[in-house]
Design a protein around this ligand. Structure first.
Ligand code: ACO
Length: 399
């Protein structure tokens, strides 16, 4: 088959999936055939995770058994707390999460068991524990004591409990739950692709999840929600929105929370979230913030060249204010995205393994050919340092 160059792989189908369907032109997202709007309105993160993994909605009995399984996995091995404490308090939470998701493997005796049953159990552990890890690191970096999980709570409510030490109100827990539902899966996005590449080598679930966290971190993917909030904080007041956005557009800078590789219409996850974010903002005294986002959207969508390019608000635009209204620090936003997308990542890994083929595309080599190797002493005089290298005290293994 002739090879074609497809930089960014935007015109390549690299996997078959039954988890989620996207029509970027019409602005449709379905999880296993259910439109995202219905799931955001009526489902929960637990039920949505089951749906993605099993391909159908659970019965009441299945859902309650599955919820109990997740709840029983909120806790982490005590030794993992030492790993949390070994991370510098100044570390970015996504970097800490990457380390901690990887470290989970050391405390799971099934980490290298490739059987489907073990991979399903590890998926439950990964989904249940990711939010716990985020809360633990945030408490530790702020010098606060760890809070034991409350295994009677939903994943969203338990996260807020472990983060703040206060039981969240039902609307607060629901607000986070809606964000988790909306972020749980999204076709072959960059982090899911990364997870599938890793598992396609017959590596393990923890390695795939760690790869995915590292990929999600980037500002062109999961990091955008934090940047949206940083932009709002920088603008500061609705009276300054017009000038700020106009000068950004004049400098041809990107407006964070707008645009998507696949959607050239309104991101369907943003449709419900836009209304929902307003309610959350009103309930938490953050309406001025919400009004700023609405004004930004108005200005951006009034630019003919922006709309012609199919640039509309994406899920990050309105999830940012929702997370902020829940009291989450800005640098935890992407971690919540990871806690949710863990459902999709693990589901995709199991799907990949069911009909596995090593994912290994080609590169279009653009360098020279046929050069003659020159021995080191014939390559000119290098600049040399007279002092020999030595370990700094902090790095010394004997310190
Ligand atoms: N603001 C202004 N212009 C934009 C934006 C934006 N947010 N996004 C894209 N454009 C413009 C580009 O400048 C480019 O214009 P040009 O053709 O005149 O050069 C054109 O649209 C196409 O941009 P690409 O980068 O080629 O499009 P791509 O599909 O690769 O990018 C991406 C998608 C990376 C998401 C981009 O829209 C972006 O950077 N958005 C801001 C970051 C963001 O919100 N990311 C979150 C994505 S959603 C998610 O991961 C959950």
């Amino acid at each position: 088959m002739p090879l074609i160059v497809d930089k960014g792989l935007g015109n390549t189908i690299a996997a078959e999936t039954t988890l989620s369907f996207i029509d970027g032109v019409k602005g449709v997202l379905e999880y296993v055939g259910y439109d995202i709007d219905s799931l955001a309105r009526y489902s929960t993160f637990e039920e949505t995770t089951w749906l993605l993994w099993h391909g159908h909605l659970p019965t009441a009995q299945e859902l309650s058994a599955f919820t109990r399984q997740l709840q029983s996995e909120y806790c982490v091995d005590r030794r993992l707390l030492d790993v949390v404490r070994a991370i510098p308090r100044t570390a970015a939470p996504m970097d800490a999460l990457r380390t901690l998701v990887s470290a989970l493997a050391h405390f799971d005796t099934e980490a290298d068991d490739p059987s489907l049953a073990a991979n399903e159990r590890k998926s439950i552990r990964l989904v249940a524990k990711t939010a716990t890890l985020v809360a633990l690191f945030d408490r530790y970096r702020k010098g606060k004591s760890f809070i034991e999980p409350d295994c009677s709570l939903s994943l969203a409510a338990n996260f807020l409990w472990m983060l703040t030490g206060a039981k969240p109100t039902a609307p607060m827990a629901r607000a986070l739950d809606v964000c988790l539902v909306l972020h749980a899966d999204h076709g072959l996005n960059a982090s899911t692709f990364a997870a599938r590449v890793t598992i396609s080598t017959q590596s393990d679930m923890y390695s795939a999840a760690t790869t995915a966290v590292g990929t999600l971190k980037g500002p062109l993917h999961g990091g955008a929600n934090q940047e949206v909030m940083e932009m709002l904080v920088e603008i500061g007041d609705i009276s300054k929105v017009d000038g700020y956005i106009a000068s950004k557009l004049a400098r041809k800078e990107r407006i964070m929370g707008f645009g998507h590789r696949v959607y050239k219409a309104y991101d369907p996850r943003a449709t419900y979230l836009k209304t929902f974010a307003k309610q959350v903002a009103a309930d938490t005294g953050n309406l001025p913030l919400y009004e700023m986002t609405r004004r930004i959207e108005e200005i951006v969508l009034a630019q003919p060249n922006i709309v012609e390019k199919g640039i509309f608000p994406n899920v990050d635009f309105y999830s940012a204010t929702t997370y902020y209204a829940l009291g989450l620090d800005l640098d935890l936003f992407t971690c919540m995205f990871a806690a949710s997308r863990m459902a999709g990542w693990t589901g995709h890994c199991i799907e990949q393994l069911a009909a596995n083929k090593l994912i290994r595309p080609h590169a279009d080599y653009r360098g020279p050919h046929g050069l003659t190797y020159q021995p080191l002493d014939q390559r000119g005089v290098p600049e040399t340092s007279s002092t020999s290298p030595s370990c700094s005290a902090a790095m010394s293994v004997t310190a």
